[in-house]
Design a binder for this molecule. Structure first.
Ligand code: GLA
Length: 380
């Protein structure tokens, strides 16, 4: 059964009627451009064929009743007029947060009954929470016929994270979940929010491997990285690290902490790599793509310090098989989660075999491999 059919059937069971609508929002994988979004820089993600599905109907009052199939079918109910943080059902805070953000512009929305379920692996760096937020926004926008576009929805999702959930994330995850396109990656300028799509090259696969490293301290480390970037920008008298280059950074090196310097060096070089990667992919220059993804990984490892030994190992195993015929790097916020590789058709089984033979033996962790496709965003 498809997930859409699953939520539709569950809606019928729990609410005793057919749902008015069903909607879907995808998770994402980032090809390159890590921790650049909140520095006003460039990112290059794709939406993937994992996501969140919702079956819903509007109510005549301001009540919201939600069943979460992935959390033991838990029921959460609240009024739009009294939204509080929920420590017991923490998954529901994504819904609460986006509804508060949405009601800043649309205070009169109606309540809803809905069922939600998703298949984005949680805590794996594939944006299960952004896909959840965007699915909820799509659902309320449709039920209330709101003129909400994908960029506005992404900003609402980010606001929910920043102001309600407590994560200082950037705009990338919500924006790609809203605006992704089938078979395309999306180059996003996170300052102007200008979007350019790039066809993913034929014959290459979006090969994603979950390291299954348990992520710890993610939010605090993430927020710390963001502060260190802000420190570097402030010392350099800049609004964001987008506005500088390595020459200026070297000139100001002594004015900032060693960590701030390293973080800034990652952001500056990563922005350059992201633009080059988009160009190289468009021109079919696989060897350049390979080098850029490798350099990105090394920069995340040495300068931004967000990889783990298991992830570094996984990247090495894949890199050894791919050579210059594909690319591999960690993807997402870091401290665990997934690696992304662009793998040509003819190397798929070779790469897969190498991982299966080596990763668990070295790290004690069993990987999960997903060969994904790029999909349409919820508002695209
Ligand atoms: C998380 C955040 C994004 C982005 C990435 C790192 O996924 O939600 O905004 O900062 O980390 O690139």
């Amino acid at each position: 059964m498809t997930r859409q059919a699953l939520v539709t059937q569950a809606y019928q069971t729990y609410f005793g009627a057919a749902p008015q609508m069903v909607c879907h929002a995808p998770g994402r994988v980032n090809l390159i451009g890590e921790h650049t979004d909140y520095n006003g820089g460039f990112v290059f993600p794709a939406a993937i064929n994992f996501g969140t599905d919702i079956a819903a109907s509007a109510r005549d009052d301001r009540q919201v009743n939600v069943r979460a199939l992935d959390f033991d079918n838990q029921l959460v109910s609240f009024s739009l007029d009294d939204i509080q943080f929920d420590n017991t059902h923490s998954w529901s805070n994504y819904i609460r947060g986006v509804l508060i953000a949405l009601m800043k512009d649309y205070p009169q929305i109606k309540g809803a009954d809905f069922v939600v379920s998703g298949n984005v692996p949680q805590g794996a760096g594939l944006s299960s929470s952004a896909s959840f937020e965007i699915a909820v926004l799509k659902c309320f926008a449709s039920l209330n016929e709101l003129p909400l576009d994908g960029i506005q929805a992404a900003l609402k999702g980010q606001q929910a994270e920043n102001e309600f959930v407590g994560c200082s994330c950037g705009i990338m995850d919500q924006l790609i979940s809203a605006m992704g396109k089938k078979d395309q990656a999306m180059l996003l300028d996170c300052r102007s929010l200008e979007i350019k799509y790039s066809e993913l090259p034929a014959g290459f696969n979006l090969f994603i491997v979950n390291s299954n490293v348990k992520r710890g301290l993610v939010d605090s480390e993430y927020n710390l990285r963001r502060q260190q970037c802000e420190e570097a920008a402030e010392v350099m008298g800049l609004e964001s690290l987008r506005d500088t280059d390595l020459i200026k950074l070297e000139a100001d090196k002594d004015k900032m902490s060693e960590k701030a310097y390293l973080r800034a060096r990652h952001v500056i070089t990563e922005n350059e790599r992201t633009l080059k990667m988009c160009e190289a992919l468009n021109n079919g220059e696989t060897a350049t793509v390979s080098e850029l993804m490798r350099a990105s990984h090394m920069s995340m490892k040495n300068d931004f310090e967000i990889t783990t030994s298991q992830i570094d190992y996984l990247v090495e195993v894949i890199h050894q098989e791919l050579g210059a015929f594909g690319g591999v790097r960690m993807t997402g916020g870091g401290f665990g989660g997934c690696v992304v590789a662009l793998v040509p058709d003819h190397l798929i089984s070779q790469v897969q075999n190498a991982i299966e033979a080596k990763y668990q033996a070295e790290t004690g962790l069993k990987e999960s491999i997903f060969i994904c496709t790029a999909e349409q965003g919820a508002f695209a």
